[in-house]
Design a binder for this molecule. Structure first.
Ligand code: 13P
Ligand code: 13P
Ligand code: MG
Ligand code: MG
Length: 373
């Protein structure tokens, strides 16, 4: 049997510097220390620690498969330790996403977000990992549609015969906790009908239709449903595989030349324009945003992230580029327009999405004062 390689990205808001702005250095240090040890012990082969705003992101490459209890435990313990550190420094929201106490073998459903993809390595396997802050998993529906289903965006759908059969999308209904697989182009309209409802239906996986080759995997969590109250947005991560019969890295990135609106931003309660940024600008400021997105590219090589001569994983900071300047400018412009609307819809999310906020308290307070009209 061919040895398979697993890419895992597991993330958590363990506490942040100055409100919900950024993951500070001491928390990075905890993650670096633990993942270095795990590498020395042979549990993982490669790792890269980074942040999406106030979310600590652990990228790990290993051969243990998806949902491996040891890998998940490593992440859980690292987040616990970092949260303790955050608490001792009185950082904001220390342990925010650690919603459960005892680790029971799988970190899913406990607060942290997880995207994993087990692959049989191709002769060359380029991967892009996306991580966003101040938004939810539905934020990836639109670009995933553009990447894997829209021939006006991905030229390969028209030009490369390997993609001619299209792609299959696994769509989660996050309210009913059910899922359905839809195939594009045949079922494209049904697909859009579902995934256009970004607050409920979220794309969890994508496969190439011709041979069921896995090409995308995303984190689908609803923190508010786990916690039963508002605890910040889900701040999703996603792994996308590219090239050689899959969308090229450039086709994976082109949807981000323009901004688009996502739910999240201040108090997880507003529509805001997504802003593709470099790691340097991976921080949230104005109205706790605008929602930020980073994209890191790398090559998987023999169970590792391909390294330089010094053994350092080679990571491409893909949005660190003037090609995304227009999208960033649009995000500022659209964002400032939306903010002028204050708490009036559609700048603020609709009532269904406010159910976990304090809005219902306002309603119950006024209940007695409502008279038949
Ligand atoms: P606090 O009431 O704890 O300030 O929470 C609000 C919040 O964090 C939104 O940014
Ligand atoms: P996070 O989910 O990124 O912690 O944001 C919480 C929030 O309320 C921002 O205003
Ligand atoms: Mg936070
Ligand atoms: Mg966050």
């Amino acid at each position: 049997m061919t040895q398979k390689t697993t890419v895992s990205i597991i993330k958590c808001d363990v506490g942040s510097l100055a409100g919900h702005h950024i993951v500070p250095k001491p928390l990075f240090n905890v993650a670096e220390k633990n993942l270095k040890t795990a590498k020395e012990q042979g549990l993982i082969n490669s790792y890269y620690v980074f942040n999406a705003g106030d979310d600590l992101e652990l990228l790990m490459v290993h051969e243990k498969g998806e949902s491996n209890p040891e890998i998940h435990k490593l992440a859980w313990q690292t987040f616990k330790e970092a949260a303790d550190k955050a608490l001792s420094l009185k950082l904001y929201g220390a342990g925010q996403d650690l919603l459960k106490d005892a680790f029971s073998g799988n970190i899913r459903g406990m607060g942290p977000g997880v995207a994993e993809m087990e692959i049989e390595e191709r002769p060359s396997d380029p991967i892009v990992v996306f991580a966003a802050d101040k938004t939810s998993a539905g934020a990836f529906n639109y670009p995933l549609f553009r990447i894997f289903a829209d021939p006006m965006s991905t030229a390969g759908l028209v030009i490369d015969p390997n993609m001619a059969d299209g792609f299959k999308f696994e769509v989660m209904d996050t309210m009913d906790n059910t899922k359905v697989v839809l195939k594009s182009p045949e079922e494209m309209y049904d697909l859009i009908a579902l995934i256009g409802t970004v607050q409920r239906y979220m794309i969890s996986r994508v496969w190439r239709a011709r041979d069921d080759l896995i090409c995308s995997s995303g984190s689908i969590t609803r923190l508010s449903q786990i916690a039963g109250k508002y605890v910040g947005k889900d701040d999703p991560v996603m792994i996308v595989r590219g090239q050689h019969g899959l969308p090229a890295i450039g086709e994976i990135l082109v949807p981000f030349m323009h901004t688009y609106l996502v739910e999240g931003w201040m108090r997880g309660s507003h529509w805001g324009p997504i802003m593709p940024v470099s790691l340097r600008d991976s921080k949230c400021t104005a109205f706790d945003g605008p929602p930020r997105l980073v994209a890191l590219g790398f090559q998987v090589a023999n169970g590792h992230i391909a390294c330089d001569d010094n053994g350092i994983p080679m990571i491409a900071d893909l949005f660190d580029d003037p090609a995304f300047e227009l999208a960033r400018k649009e995000a500022v412009k659209v964002g400032s327009m939306l903010r002028r609307m204050g708490e009036f819809e559609p700048a603020r999310l609709g009532p269904e999405e406010m159910e976990y906020t304090t809005l219902h308290q306002v309603l119950s307070k006024l209940k007695e004062r409502f008279k038949p009209a």
